[in-house]
Design a protein around this ligand. Structure first.
Ligand code: GLN
Length: 548
């Protein structure tokens, strides 16, 4: 097993029971924020029991957005919650799946590292999981580890065994188990039901895990006698049965948990000072703006995935842009195929700005191109992200430059490939090479890359600097050879990779606000540090709505 360099680091394991989608990621991020508010250094990790090596090849309709870190890891969207709430950039060490764990174990087996041993879930897989949990720890006071899935899932068992072993090895004074459950409300009985929670805790106990804190999701206040009952049956102290009620917004969650005493109980458990109060002022400020905005602005997201979780970071970044402008952003979710069927006007005539997000594959592309056309022709603020930039470039090429068969080679073999497959690019001075028939998983241009901005551009003003770094996740790219044609058509490439070969940002000069970016600015936006592009985009939307 790896050795932890800091022997003071404490580990908090967050599991979930009863049903999925209770918001474990948000609960973990909120607890981390509360510990930070008490001056502690935290780090969050996600352990996903599914067998995919990473979520990169998973359909966003099923699993939500793929979050990308600076170091180019394709990770679960919960890492986005973690970064947004803690402000700490996640790394490849903070996200793991069973697929990755097994891949490591099998690689070691092939190399002969196990010296002829029979490879088993216990100890080989569990040891690998433990290595992830305690590896790469520096001076953190707390590592919060969220276990994906629900207690009882077959895939989750090695993880529960691994954290049980760690609690034994590190000692219970350095480890804590937090279990998130649901108390369903039965309206006909007028009661909250505690039985599913009892069963879920029993199941945890079967694995040798005794939860120290129960976070109980509930629609209504939990009466004290119910808390007492849960405490008695689940073997948890009554103060540690914490109500996690539905909150007004996600920014209210840390405040609500604190009011319920979560951080105090965690500190008491670890024998830490509880006399000084947590400084929650920044959360109070944000919650206040979210609840009392000066106005509301409607922005369309023209996508294709029905699940809003597929655009999680974009929705969050728009909210942050709204907070910076003291406004609420109301998102109009549009399916690009509806624009193809009904025309853009019918769906976009009541929005103040249009955002076309990232995407893959053919479905809905013509609808996205119609959205870009509508924004360009009607002077509506437009932000195209990754695929949304590529579609805007294709639209200008087709309808302004007159190259009717302009397209992306991702979408057509028989076209003027204004957007083409990247086969070579530079990363930190080394050449990256890809082939048309290569693996799909983990092979895109991923993670942070620098962009150099044109000093005359709108983006230069927005960012307030010449060199920026943003996260990428793409395989195709606008071909730089079309720069002169685009320029003549009024679209300027105002941001490029430092070698000048890869277009990173386009702007339409003769338009109030039309920007396309090849990267994903939404991944770096935080409520306390809203991304400048989203602040400017929401401001442009507000200015536009005042003109109507
Ligand atoms: N499908 C496009 C590409 O691979 C865009 C990717 C994205 O929007 N993230 O380049």
């Amino acid at each position: 097993m790896s050795v932890i360099s800091n022997s003071n680091t404490k580990f908090i394991f967050i599991t979930g029971g009863v049903v999925s989608s209770l918001g474990k990621g948000l609960a973990s991020a909120s607890l981390a924020a509360l510990l930070q508010a008490r001056g502690y250094k935290v780090r969050l990790r996600k352990l996903d029991p599914y067998l995919n090596v990473d979520p990169g090849t998973m359909n966003p309709c099923q699993h939500g957005e793929v979050y990308v870190t600076d170091d180019g890891t394709e990770a679960d969207l919960d890492l986005g919650h973690y970064e947004r709430f803690s402000g700490i950039p996640a790394t490849k060490y903070d996200s793991v799946t069973s697929g990755k764990i097994y891949q490591r174990v099998l690689d070691k087996e092939r190399r002969g590292d196990y010296l002829g041993a029979t490879i088993q879930v216990i100890p080989h897989v569990t040891n690998e999981i433990k290595n992830v949990i305690i590896g790469n720890v520096t001076d953190e006071d707390f590592i919060l580890c969220e276990i994906g899935g629900t207690v009882g899932d077959i895939e989750g068992q090695p993880y529960l065994e691994a954290i049980r072993q760690l609690a034994y090895e590190l000692g219970r004074d350095r480890t804590m188990f937090v279990h998130l459950t649901l108390l369903p409300y039965i309206p006909t009985a007028g009661e909250l039901k505690t039985k599913p929670t009892q069963h879920s805790v029993k199941q945890l106990q079967e694995y040798g895990i005794q939860p120290d804190i129960l976070l109980c999701r509930s629609q209504i206040e939990i009466p004290q006698n119910e808390k007492r009952k849960i405490a008695l049956f689940c073997n948890v102290r009554e103060e540690c049965v914490i109500a996690a009620l539905d909150a007004k917004s996600i920014y209210h969650v840390p405040l609500a948990y604190s009011a319920e005493g979560l951080d105090i109980e965690v500190c008491k458990y670890f024998h830490l000072d509880t006399t000084k109060k947590a400084d929650l002022s920044k959360w109070e400020k944000i919650a206040d703006i979210v609840q009392n905005p000066e106005g509301e602005v409607k922005i369309a997201i023209v996508g294709k995935y029905q699940l809003q979780e597929a655009y999680k970071s974009i929705a969050e970044a728009l909210t942050h842009g709204g907070i910076a402008n003291q406004f609420k952003v109301k998102i109009k979710w549009l399916d690009a195929e509806d624009l193809e069927r009904d025309g853009a006007e019918n769906h976009l005539n009541d929005v103040s700005a249009i955002l076309v997000p990232g995407g893959f594959g053919n479905r809905g592309t013509e609808g996205k191109i119609l959205a870009a056309k509508y924004a360009r022709e009607h002077n509506i603020p437009y932000l195209g992200i990754c695929f949304g930039m590529q579609m805007a470039v294709i639209e200008t090429m087709r309808n302004v430059a007159g190259i009717k068969n302009a397209n992306s080679s991702e979408l057509s073999d028989d076209c003027e490939a204004v957007v083409g497959l990247m086969t070579e690019w530079d990363k930190d001075g080394a050449k990256q090479i890809r082939h048309k028939d290569g693996d799909l998983g983990g092979t895109m241009r991923l993670g942070a890359y620098p962009t150099v901005l044109d000093e005359k551009s709108k983006c230069f003003q927005i960012y307030g600097g010449k060199e920026i770094s943003e996260r990428h996740r793409h395989r195709y790219e606008v071909n730089i050879k079309y720069e002169p044609v685009l320029k003549k058509a009024g679209m300027n490439i105002v941001g490029k990779s430092p070698d000048g070969k890869l277009p990173e940002i386009v702007e339409i000069s003769d338009h109030p606000w039309f920007i396309g970016v090849q990267f994903h600015p939404e991944l770096k936006s935080k409520p306390f540090e809203p991304h400048p592009l989203f602040v400017a985009f929401v401001k442009a939307a507000i200015d536009n709505s005042r003109l109507i």
